[in-house]
Design a protein around this ligand. Structure first.
Ligand code: GDP
Ligand code: MG
Length: 616
């Protein structure tokens, strides 16, 4: 296949707008017959909606080549793009392998926040955009209104908008025609040295890492000695092929072609999205702007039963084989024992991973409240602190701190106008700045839709922001955010002047419980302190003596509850004669003793932590 007959494209769509249904239609129309899914972990992935989104087709393919017979033979490569900006780097790499993109929009719903940012990345990269309205078979579809939306939001010419039903198949041929006519072929030269972009990878139990590559120049052949620009590591190409729609080995990949290679890479962490591959002895300039993945949200994971740590760590490692963007560090806590501190690209990414881990573990893990990495700037160095327990101590190193910066995000929220006020309130309560909004359409039959933008501290959206957004908008709001760098906020200045730590600890009988440490904003210290102390009071069993439960900021106590002492004999409150009941009670006591943790001289059942942390 020479370049002229190749088309590399992706589908940009919000979840449920019909990406998989359309992909399956295209595959069907071109006579490409899928058999099995690519990748070993399909069953696990299929469970989760957000994860399902990572495959273009229903069977979870992430790259699919089709041969289409028009007036001549064309090779169409459909490349999957993660539909969420948590993966923005990967989005832009997948798009780097394309010359065009279908912007697929549900004609009953309209454009959603998450497809907007992906659209902008596609446009910035100079991709040809083909707007497609889907689900026009539905009676509630309103194609003329959505077309007007596309025009006002993106400046799209209404004449270019295709109308289809992926479900019934209506109009799908026009999509294939548009791909051939509107999307330019890739350019590249066989005479240049090999230069290939690695844009995705999967893990295969037998062959190790399988990388998806786009050959920009030169030819990739089986037996080639290749090297990574990023790591300098060398490999031998053991297999080359195209995904048609599953792996079909071929002799070579030419310029403009997209396919897979196996090259004795053992660890999925070796396959860096965005890396450039070249002949081992012919170096080339790497593709610009390589960024290693960067964790933005962290959480600690501990087994409820401390003996399970090895098993937990093993499960985490297994899960990360299919998701190399999760970072892992060991962490130990006096209260919870051995655990792992995991870093995620964003909140959605964390939710997906957490759900997968919980599916495997039921309720047998404890996940600490998510935190974000702070930049602590000392006179002579800058340190990124991703664990609240590493925060500078008010009485020690803190006096050398010049400034503390926190990560910010630019948030976009799309809602029907009647919820605008509620959304603004929500944003303001989360320290929003630069709040702005504009109308996307006039809303004649239904209410007009508004796009709200603002900057927010990342720490404000890592917990319940999304849930709040959904409940306060009756589920209508869609939300997206992108990285907006670090900023020294006012709270940090206050912290410096008053030397007040943002770091809240909880004390049981005067002893700190490290697993519960939080980094918080000063304005909410009372509120958070009180809530947590109340929660602790509820779940901690009474001891033989009185136990003060306190929340502290530095040495200052901001909230306190007292757990009164229990009577020495647990059976004392029961009437004599109820022997069985008495026995059961004693047994219960024995059972909970087994999983007791001592903090200071307070006995704590592990479950108490689980109760607290799972209700945040
Ligand atoms: P994805 O999340 O973007 O991959 O969306 P899917 O392809 O999984 O589709 C989401 C839902 O919309 C499924 O229940 C589909 O059956 C349905 N759907 C997709 N395309 C159409 C269409 O053209 N018309 C109708 N009525 N339903 C559709
Ligand atoms: Mg899908």
């Amino acid at each position: 296949f020479p370049c002229e007959v190749i088309r590399n494209f992706s589908i940009v769509a919000h979840i449920d707008h019909g990406k998989s249904t359309l992909a399956d239609r295209l595959v069907g129309l071109t006579g490409t017959i899928p058999k099995k899914a690519f990748g070993a972990n399909q069953q696990v992935l299929d469970k989760l909606k957000v994860e399902r989104e990572r495959g273009i087709t229903e069977s979870g393919l992430t790259l699919c080549s089709m041969i289409y017979h028009s007036h001549q033979k064309y090779l169409l490569n459909l490349i999957d793009t993660p539909g969420h900006v948590d993966f923005s780097w990967e989005v832009s790499r997948s798009l780097a392998a394309c010359q065009g993109a279908l912007l697929l929009v549900d004609a009953t719903q309209g454009v959603q926040a998450q497809s907007i940012s992906v659209f902008h990345i596609a446009r910035e990269r100079g991709l040809k955009i083909i707007p497609v309205l889907n689900k026009i078979d539905m009676p509630v579809a309103d194609p003329s209104r959505i077309t007007a939306q596309l025009q006002s939001m993106f400046g799209i010419d209404p004449a270019e908008v295709l109308q289809i039903s992926a479900k019934t198949g209506r109009g799908v041929e026009t999509v294939l025609q548009a791909i051939i006519e509107r999307i330019p072929p890739p350019s590249g030269s066989v005479h240049e040295p090999l230069k290939a972009l690695l844009f995705d990878s999967q893990y295969d139990r037998y062959r190790g890492v399988i990388s998806l590559v786009n050959v920009m120049n030169g030819v990739m052949r089986k037996g080639d000695r290749i090297a990574s620009c990023h790591t300098g590591k060398k490999y031998e190409v053991t297999e080359v092929g195209i995904m048609h729609p599953e792996e079909v080995p071929v002799m070579h990949l030419q310029p403009g072609q997209v396919g897979y290679i196996a090259c004795n890479m053992k660890e999925s962490t070796e396959a860096h999205v965005g890396d450039t591959l070249h002949q081992a002895n012919v170096p080339v300039d790497p593709m610009p702007g390589f960024q290693p993945t960067k964790a933005m949200v962290y959480a600690g994971v501990f087994p409820v039963d401390t003996n399970d740590f090895i098993k937990l760590e093993e499960s985490i490692r297994r899960l990360t084989l299919t998701d190399r963007s999760v970072t892992i560090q060991r962490e130990s806590s006096t209260a919870l024992g051995q655990g792992c501190r995991l870093g995620f690209l964003g909140t959605l990414h964390m939710d997906v991973f957490r759900q997968r881990l919980e599916d495997e573990y039921d309720a047998n893990i404890i996940i600490t409240a998510p935190t974000v990495p702070y930049k602590v700037i000392y006179r002579d160095q800058t340190v990124i602190v991703s664990n609240p327990t590493d925060f500078p101590d008010e009485w020690g190193t803190a006096s050398h701190v010049r400034e503390v910066q926190e990560p910010m995000v630019k948030a976009s929220i799309l809602v029907p106008e009647e919820y605008l006020g509620d959304m603004m309130d929500l944003c303001f309560s989360r320290r929003a700045d630069d709040l702005d909004h504009h109308y996307l359409d006039s809303g004649t039959s239904t209410s007009a839709r508004v796009m709200l933008t603002c900057t927010l501290p990342l720490s404000e959206i890592v917990t319940d922001f999304f849930d709040q957004l959904k409940s306060r908008s009756s589920g209508y709001a869609s939300f997206d955010y992108e990285d907006a760098g670090y900023k020294a906020s006012d709270l940090v200045k206050v912290w410096m002047i008053a030397s007040i730590k943002l770091f809240m600890t909880f004390l049981l009988n005067g002893k700190p419980v490290d697993a519960l440490a939080l980094v918080i904003h000063r304005s909410v210290e009372q509120k958070i302190g009180r809530t947590w102390v109340k929660k602790l009071h509820k779940v901690i069993p009474r001891q033989l003596f009185e136990v003060p439960i306190q929340a502290a900021v530095g040495r200052r106590i901001v909230a306190r509850e007292t757990l009164s002492a229990m009577r020495a004999d647990v059976t004392a409150g029961l009437y004599g004669g109820h022997y069985e009941r008495k026995l059961k009670h004693l047994e219960n006591q024995k059972e909970s003793k087994r999983r007791m943790k001592k903090i200071g001289n307070v006995d704590l059942p592990q479950n108490a932590f689980f109760d607290i942390l799972s209700t945040t």
